[in-house]
Design a protein around this ligand. Sequence first.
Ligand SMILES: [Zn+2]
Length: 346
Amino acid sequence: MLEPALKTYIERIPKTELHCHLEGSIQPATLLKLAARHGIELPFTDEEGAKAFYEFTSLNQFLGIFALACSTLKTRQDFETITLDLGADSASQGIPYREVFFTYAYHDRRSIPWEEVISGIASGREKVKQQYNVEMWFIADIDRTVDPQDGVRLVEMAQASRDQAGIIGIGLDSQEIGYPAKRQKPAFDLAKRLGLHRVAHAGEDVGPESVWDALQSLDVERIDHGVRSIDDPALVKHLAERQVALTVCPLSNIELKVYPQLRDHPVKRLTDAGVLVMLNSDDPPMFHCNVLDNYFAVAETFNLNAADIDQYARNSFKAAFLPDERKQQYLADLEREIKKLRSEIL
Ligand SMILES: [Zn+2]
């Protein structure tokens, strides 16, 4: 059992989240609200039913749930609603800074115009700042399976909406098996020329070769997941030496059976090897866990102390795409808060 004092410490220490998907963050209550807004029939009628529906036993079932949740997103107002939800959620978890993925391919397939998505997340982001004092930025993810030309088109659209919606970079997600990162090299080359940050999901369903592929073909600055890097000592050394951050989502990996149990997960081994690891939730309601739950579970399983927690919180700011001066400011605020929390709680 996690010590109550350490639990409170984790709740209150400032931290960022850098690996969370907008479309995977729709809470059951919001899903019901969105469906009612559009007269969409769901296979459940109340929050309890929705929560039960969110239980899945296979990847296919998970993808079905994800698709159903996406189908309730149609208008600017819907995208604003879910962005605002994430703002409230950030405030409740001690997350003053969050970078959030959105994957336009899911909406493009349903003929939702780019402008609906962009104007919704843009106004949601403004309100999140005003109402919760949470700083939120977006990363436009390219679905690995799309035609490379569509990847380039997405980068062009993201660049055009960059200031409006606070788009900070380009990412890569969806099916890793059979779709190497290098397919999307033209899009990432363009993103680099435009000065957009670059990240990629890799090393989740495919081993270290997928992480090398993302690093070498796309010149990404961070790897999302990247946990299977542990199988290649040369890669672990490379990540540690260059301080390439891994945005690790331990409980998501357990839910999707990348590892059978948390004690088999390499989060601690990667950290001990000097890799810049930080902790995230991925798709919170779908995996029944938020950022705090991931910290709690890792702390309990690997018997962490407050100094270990401080390090994960520091790493979370170090890995963020903040301008240097602002990053130093956040890190200085964190050190002040650590001192205060230690004297108050521990
Ligand atoms: Zn993810």
